[in-house]
Design a protein around this ligand. Structure first.
Ligand SMILES: [Mn+2]
Length: 318
């Protein structure tokens, strides 16, 4: 599979690399690291990393304006299981496509589909791809890959971290000698206003009988704390390891897009099936959804509560 991907990369002179909408560190880091590695290996190729960025992740690297493309352009999509969530215009004009993803399979839309749904991150797959082909790497690329891996595995806390995850991290650390502390400072430093918002969220968390904790953040509250509608979703991982909570949810009013941004995390119950019912999806233990109203979001909470109840029952019987 990696050989096939490498040969395709070698063959095409123009390569566009895209990833999912609603950019996150793994998506961004995987596309930027792959771009930089291809540029380093093949000096004459035109390689573009495209999509809407976010100033929050500017430390990961910058995106490109798309140059001229034609039917001989290769599109590589990282970290995205379905076509409609690829952050690119006119995806159908690309005649040659490769997917590199670690989400559960949703649909086939590329000629080469490299899906490793046991990988911790898209960056882990890119790490393995680079390690096992003639694609080149340097310290900067290694750092970028490490950032994506650390972010998607929540600092190696998730079960998605396999022995391979750790050996790849070790391999890159050994060969490119970057500073783990420096990277973590870059990634996890945050503004005080977000910490204050986190305090508000903890104080106002509502707990159901079956261990679902949900935190509602209205537009008024966002204004009060001077944060945007993405902030609660950035904080959600901090609510892990709470004794009474096995599933936790942020529901944030997004006035601009007339929707509620829902992020869901779990310490046991499988939640992505519920997310899919409400205009969302994702991983088994980490998902998102976009219901239209708080009312609809509360139905989602009810569904999660049922899943949690079922899970608690099974756990007790074990
Ligand atoms: Mn990812």
């Amino acid at each position: 599979m990696y050989k096939k991907i490498y040969n395709a990369i070698k063959k095409f002179d123009t390569i566009v690399i895209a990833r999912h909408i609603g950019v996150d560190p793994d998506a961004l880091a995987s596309q930027i690291a792959l771009r930089d590695s291809i540029r380093l290996t093949f000096k004459d190729k035109k390689v573009y990393a495209v999509g809407n960025g976010s100033s929050k992740f500017s430390h990961i690297g910058s995106l490109d304006k798309l140059g001229k493309i034609d039917e001989k352009t290769l599109l590589i999509v990282t970290d995205t299981p379905d076509k409609k969530r690829v952050d690119i215009e006119g995806i159908d004009q690309y005649k040659h496509k490769i997917k590199i993803d670690h989400h559960p399979f949703v649909e086939e839309f590329c000629d080469i589909e490299c899906i490793e749904d046991t990988a911790s991150s898209a960056c882990e797959i890119i790490m393995n791809l680079i390690k096992n082909t003639k694609l080149e790497c340097n310290k900067e690329i290694a750092e970028t890959l490490f950032i994506g891996l650390v972010a998607d595995s929540n600092r190696f806390l998730f079960d998605s971290c396999s022995p391979r995850t750790f050996s790849l991290a070790a391999y890159y650390l050994e060969n490119y000698k970057f500073s783990v502390n420096e990277i973590n400072q870059k990634v996890y430093k945050r503004p005080l206003k977000e910490v204050r918002l986190e305090g508000y969220m903890g104080e106002n968390l509502v707990l159901t009988d079956n261990g679902v904790g949900y935190m509602k953040v209205t537009n008024e509250i966002l204004d009060k704390f001077k944060v945007d509608s993405a902030s609660p979703g950035n904080i959600i991982n901090n609510f892990n390891f709470i004794d009474e909570v096995i599933v936790w949810v942020t529901m944030t009013e997004d006035i601009k897009n007339e929707q509620i941004r829902v992020s869901i995390r779990s310490r046991g119950p499988v939640i992505n099936k519920v997310a899919e019912k409400y205009n969302g999806g994702g991983h088994m233990m980490a998902s998102g959804a976009k219901p239209k109203t708080f009312e609809e979001a509360m139905k989602l909470i009810k569904d999660l509560d049922k899943v949690a109840k079922e899970y608690n029952k099974e756990e007790k019987e074990r």
